[in-house]
Design a protein around this ligand. Structure first.
Ligand SMILES: [Zn+2]
Length: 256
């Protein structure tokens, strides 16, 4: 399923923003590809800096309420990583706080639009967004339609973090013509080192079977240590490490 992919065209205004801002992918034909997304970036400055120092290209998703995002994300871009916005969305558990500016079920469309504008405007050069939490909001068709319509207008992509098995994200993205992909594996749902290693092996198996795998991790010490060990060994094992935009492009390609 992996075809030769045209490189993104930097600076071409006729190209959608997600392709303009995409990091070039080195994905040789026939190689299974692995895309690693690190969520919750920007708040814990020390660990975020450690993530940026990992081998590129990773896809780094930044909480829009973190401080000094233009500076933090510019450094990540210089290191060769792809950028996303990590949009806070309402979870099922009422005691979990998604943070300021979150997408909440029942917010009026105008307020949803203002919050999305603010989040997407927090820094430049991102390819789109994925949801932070959101096990409640991503099940809400009306709310997700407002989010996906905003992405469609701006030419951005959507990564469904799949924090709910009943997320309508992929379906609503398809209806709005928004290029999208869903998360395959949570790398550090269980933060024990052995569990993280097992999750990384699962990513390899999924990539071999489907041509690619998308994993989401977080700026935790155990995750950073596991990735520092695992990422440099992937090429020798026959994998391509790609930004998430490359997977989205492959899904759009004919015969993909
Ligand atoms: Zn998150």
């Amino acid at each position: 399923m992996v075809a030769m992919l045209p490189p993104p065209v930097p600076g071409n205004p006729g190209v959608p923003a997600w392709q303009r801002n995409a990091v070039a992918a080195n994905w040789p034909a026939g190689r299974p590809a692995i895309a690693v997304v690190i969520d919750d970036m920007g708040v814990d400055r020390r660990r975020s800096t450690q993530v940026v120092a990992l081998p590129a290209p990773l896809t780094l998703s930044w909480l829009p309420y973190a401080s000094e995002l233009p500076r933090q994300t510019a450094a990540a871009q210089r290191a060769g990583h792809e950028l996303m916005v990590h949009l806070p969305m309402q979870p099922q558990a009422p005691d979990q706080n998604p943070g300021p500016g979150a997408m909440l079920v029942g917010l009026d469309p105008g307020e949803i639009g203002r919050r999305i504008d603010a989040a997407l405007g927090a820094f430049e050069g991102h390819v789109g967004l994925n949801n932070h939490m959101g096990s409640r909001f991503t099940e809400d068709r009306a709310g997700m339609a407002a989010v996906l319509a905003a992405l469609q207008r701006r030419g951005l992509l959507f990564l469904d973090s799949r924090t709910s098995g009943r997320s309508v994200g992929m379906e609503v993205a398809a209806r709005h013509g928004v290029p999208a992909v869903g998360r395959d594996v949570f790398i550090d749902h269980d933060p024990a080192p052995a569990a993280i290693r097992h999750a990384l092996e699962r990513m390899e198996a999924i990539a071999r079977r489907h041509g690619y795998a998308v994993g989401i991790g977080h700026p935790h010490d155990a995750t950073i240590a596991a990735l520092a060990d695992w990422l440099p060994r992937l090429a020798a094992k026959g994998f391509a490490v790609v930004p998430v935009s490359a997977v989205v492009r492959a899904r759009l390609a004919p015969n993909g």
